[in-house]
Design a protein around this ligand. Structure first.
Ligand SMILES: [Zn+2]
Length: 459
């Protein structure tokens, strides 16, 4: 259905102006002042955006939906995650494909694609997890890149499960360089993590609060330095996921100064939560266990400052949804058995707006850039990340006057808890469209499952 948005204040990564916007055939076809309803085809849906912002659809470049991990599965499906994303203003997701070491990459792609296709209401693409590198895997990775999955993911952590060794890392980066594919990387030194976990457990330190000391900031900074040495010598473009601390950012910046092509991501939990949450009584601290872990409160202003300056490019979630009951609880008596993850897909945009824009830490342009535009550019998402004639009509009419609170009782994510229970949000999306179709209104999903499609990507 054609769409006319009247009286919009359009905010992009660079511009701020008032205009009307008309979209038909899934793309934005006119942006002008004073587009009259009578000029539009019969059946055009008209939305008055007076007093609201009009943002490009937001992009979360780091989510897990189908996720077998630690002998269990993450709770969301593309139905629940897609609804949650859209209600929260996110119109495109990049999901991590995480095959086991024995799995074939092409078969894994089919598995992950099969879960999204026909179900996802929002648009999507993937980072292809490389958990093994041999001749068979290499051939399949070439084919996967050719099919438009133009980014890989490697783990320097999770020894024996998902992690690659240095030889595999080297050859993955060489292949990525040859193919022009970006390599996203989870950077923690796995040996340090494994040895420290064993020592803490042996000393009877089994509670969730000991997860952070098992992998302190230097463990992450060391992982970043390690990755960047390999990136420098192979010439590959790399993207460091969920950077949690100033020490890790500093290592990435050092690499950048030597000429390494490196992008830095922060995830929402590392901007608004600190490690004191892992001390909550009655094992509730397990709700806040993720890797890299939540850090000292003194890290948060430093991360906001890197985000404000653009040193940190993107804000994602690392959404990995496990229930407290029955799943997080697997780690009672042993923090290393707590499934990692803090569900935040639905809340990313509103919390970034509330704690970033409203709190004066970032301006509207950096907000749009970090939560949408930059991810589209780094990962080559065609038609995404901006408001312009010819771009996909992925739009968020955003109401800055809205006030509400977050609760597991009202969220669309499938988990039985919210890490942000009772938190206030200032602003939320009033209308969210994906390629011109209205998918969410005022906190409710009103779209069609299966509307989402695989986003075409350029090098
Ligand atoms: Zn992740």
């Amino acid at each position: 259905m054609p769409l006319l948005i009247k009286n919009a204040r359009i905010i992009t990564a660079t511009d701020d102006y008032h205009a009307d916007l008309f979209a038909a055939d899934q793309t934005i076809s006119r942006i002008e002042s004073g587009i009259a309803e009578r000029e539009c085809p019969a059946g055009t849906e008209v939305i008055d955006a007076a007093g609201r912002y009009l943002f490009p659809g937001f992009i979360d470049p780091h989510v897990h939906i189908h996720l077998p991990f630690m002998g269990t599965h993450a709770r969301d499906t593309w139905e629940t995650a897609g609804r949650a994303a859209l209600v929260g203003g996110t119109t495109t997701l990049i999901e991590m494909i995480c095959p086991g070491k024995a799995d074939q990459p092409l078969a894994a792609l089919e598995t992950w694609l099969g879960k999204a296709r026909g179900v996802a209401p929002c648009d999507f693409t993937f980072h292809m997890g490389v958990t093994r590198f041999d001749a068979a895997a290499e051939g399949q990775l070439r084919e996967i890149a050719q099919r438009g999955i133009r980014s890989f993911k490697v783990f320097l952590a999770y020894k024996g499960a998902l992690g690659v060794d240095d030889r595999e890392l080297y050859h993955t980066l060489r292949l990525a360089k040859e193919l022009g594919v970006v390599v996203t990387a989870h950077c923690e030194n796995e040996t340090l993590v494994a040895e420290r976990c064993a020592e803490l457990l042996a000393a009877g330190k089994t509670l969730p609060e000991f997860h952070e000391p098992s992998r302190p900031v230097r463990v992450e900074a060391s992982g970043v330095a390690h990755l960047l040495a390999f990136a420098e010598l192979t010439g590959a473009e790399v993207y460091i996921v969920h950077t949690s601390c100033d020490e890790a950012v500093a290592e990435a910046v050092r690499g950048r100064e030597r000429g390494v092509n490196v992008h830095i991501e922060v995830v929402l939990p590392h901007l608004v939560l600190d490690r004191s949450y892992t001390h909550l009584p009655d094992f509730e601290g397990a709700k806040y266990v993720m890797s890299p872990p939540l850090r000292e409160a003194s890290q948060l202003p430093r991360m906001w400052s890197h985000l404000r300056s653009g040193t940190i490019a993107t804000v994602a979630t690392d959404h990995a949804p496990f229930d407290f009951s029955g799943q997080k609880e697997m780690g009672r008596g042993d923090f290393t058995r707590i499934p990692n993850g803090i569900p935040s897909l639905e809340d990313r945009v509103n919390l970034l707006y509330t704690h970033g824009v409203c709190a004066g830490r970032i301006d509207l342009h950096r907000f749009v850039d970090a939560a949408s535009t930059r991810a589209a550019r780094i990962f080559g998402l065609k038609g995404k990340g901006t408001i312009a004639v010819g771009a996909d009509a992925d739009l968020v009419v955003y109401d800055p006057a809205y006030r509400g609170t977050i609760s597991a009782k009202t969220q669309h994510m499938a988990t039985d808890y919210s890490a942000f229970e009772g938190w206030e949000i200032k602003g939320r999306p009033s209308v969210v469209t994906v390629r011109g179709a209205v998918m969410a209104r005022d906190g409710k999903f009103v779209g069609r499952l299966g509307h989402g499609r695989l986003v075409p990507r350029s090098a």
